[in-house]
Write a protein that binds this ligand. Sequence first.
Ligand SMILES: C[S@@+](CC[C@H](N)C(=O)[O-])C[C@H]1O[C@@H](n2cnc3c(N)ncnc32)[C@H](O)[C@@H]1O
Length: 308
Amino acid sequence: MLLADFIRRGTASLEHLYPSPEARGLVLMLCTERLGVERYTHLVEPQTPVPPGREAGLEDDLRRLCAGEPIQYVLGFAEFCGRRFKVGPGVLVPRPETEQLVTAAVAELRGKDAPRVLDLCTGSGCIAWSLALEVPEAEVIGVDLSDEALRYAENQFSGGQRVVPQGHSRSEARTLILAPGEQARCRRPSFFLADILDTEQAFPYGPFDLIVSNPPYVLERERALMRPNVLDWEPAMALFVPDGDPLRFYRAIACWAQRFLRPGGAGLVEINEALGAETAALFRSAGLKNVQIHRDFFQKERFIRFTR
Ligand SMILES: C[S@@+](CC[C@H](N)C(=O)[O-])C[C@H]1O[C@@H](n2cnc3c(N)ncnc32)[C@H](O)[C@@H]1O
């Protein structure tokens, strides 16, 4: 089978799920990862074959994509803040806007001596690990209610991990690995199973300089706007909140902040773009200070920063 034929057929078979350029992008990503070819190999060398030993695996991947499974689950990783995080069914695929939360958190921690960070609703641990690796002197604790998600969080970076520093291309990424000693230099985050909605529970790990969180915030009624590759595959508990109580996680985070943030410590949370004013009002009425809404790269109200 020619690589060009596989790309053409694969793209066509995904067009019932994705717009054509996105379908093509997914098939190209599959080929670059699985075969080590470049995105343009099939154009500049049209006779390039798919090695016969790889055909069955590639067809199997394509079948999974056609069933709507996210490419990150098929490949087993998602890129986030220049690193590859293991993901699969049971854990949310990290989103690009959350990288902006990490950037803001790193700026918040810079210059602090051995800062302590709490990541509520840690999921794959992508925020916790990114902060631990970017701010090696930080001590980071992640909390989640999902056993499955915590298994991913705890096992990130076991074995060689490839990194994609900002501004590098994917083909360079394939040759880059976590710098020797980078993992050893950072303090491994600790992860705990807990329900953050239980705001009275004993939690003997504070106080913290920073609380970060990307909690579930999609309204049940927003399901209708979402695509099947998210709805049918990613864990509902990572995404949805009841229409009647959309801010339940922020109410809980405000309690955690009042209990476990040092005076003057900061909170950074990702929010539902449609609920910026209400979420900010909630933090103000919980007694938190300097509450500000920040926009993401689409100019949507996406983050709130506050201090205690
Ligand atoms: C939007 S995901 C965020 C995951 C990760 N921090 C990220 O940014 O990709 C929300 C996470 O909250 C967790 N979660 C849901 N309900 C929870 C609860 N009551 N207590 C703690 N974690 C919860 C889910 O398991 C999921 O991992």
